[in-house]
Design a protein around this ligand. Sequence first.
Ligand code: AMP
Length: 420
Amino acid sequence: MSTFQAPKGTYDLTPPRSATFLAVREAISAPLRDSGYGYIETPGFENVELFARGVGESTDIVTKEMYTLTTKGGDQLALRPEGTASVLRAALEANLHKAGNLPVKLWYSGSYYRYERPQAGRYRHFSQVGAEAIGTEDPALDAELIILADQAYRSLGLRQFRILLNSLGDKECRPVYREALQTFLRDLDLDEETRRRIEINPLRVLDDKRADVQKQLTDAPKLRDYLCDACKAYHEEVRALLTAAGVVFEDDEKLVRGLDYYTRTTFEFVHDGLGSQSAVGGGGRYDGLSEMIGGPELPSVGWALGVDRTVLALEAEGVELDLPATTSVYAVPLGEEARRVLFGVVTELRRAGIAADFAFGGRGLKGAMKSANRSGARYTLVAGERDLAEGVVQLKDMESGEQSAVPLAEAAAELAKRLG
Ligand code: AMP
């Protein structure tokens, strides 16, 4: 293994592709920031117990995929595999829910870690932007989050995504369904591990991707037939609000998602250009999670969108984001004296808020102009000894190719004017 190789299942973000990742994070969070969601940041690791209780002992995430470690002090920690449990923990710790302003609306962005088998679109380190609305039960809140995710994807130019929607019922009706499902599943021809899953979390068997399992599930009892009236009414309201907002969704009664804590509304954003790892984002309501981690009753709803897969989705659709060049002015000094003078101009430009860069390393004109081109700068400033003797710099418009001499003392002001 080369010493320059990132660990298995991970990759580095380097320019220029990294700019797309920043833009995606920005685009996903913008609708949240405009809708009353405040930014929250939590540690990259938590006590392992938080996830064991909060994500669920029966999930793959907790049983197989968590990076756990014991510190020198003996603490059992885990790198965070997802965001919701941490955000809820932090909100409870800071008593945000007691400030009398429910729901507590939060958004976050960061790295997550799962020890999964790496493949295209599935990594051991990945990046999410997420949102949580804590402490309120209101179908409009579920609808808001789905609408905002839809808006985010559309603002990026994505079109080939679909929204899958389901209701998982609540603590009244879900247990009844769970039992009916268990009774049905116990009679099927399934392997040991799946049989164990029937006893711990039978709904997840419905999520099994294997064709031979899916074939046996055709006549499985449907959750829809077991939803209580309150859950049905709630779900209908979410659907009506989405429809009124012009957000297209598909009812998918097989959608259960991999985490234990979901109740009622559950949804996933899938992209058809991504192959097997087609989920670009997902979320739902988690009314029981707060109590599961030892907090008060706080019905909540949230989602997380995968940044890596969103970038892959953009690439699959051939969407090129309109990323403005980061450098507006590139300075090319020819000779020692010009170096000092132009470095001064670059500093002045930067202080005036104009993005400027400089040909470092005393390079020749040809090489330096190549760098200027590559930087995407609209203007270059070139100065040699003769220019300085005349008190001017050469200002070149890289778009039109036009070049003119500008008095040195006016160079920064002239550029500011031209760049508007
Ligand atoms: P989940 O918490 O599993 O619903 O994940 C939410 C979103 O995070 C998914 O829809 C993916 O976009 C992304 N995601 C989850 N796991 C991975 C992974 N191993 N690699 C890349 N993205 C992931």
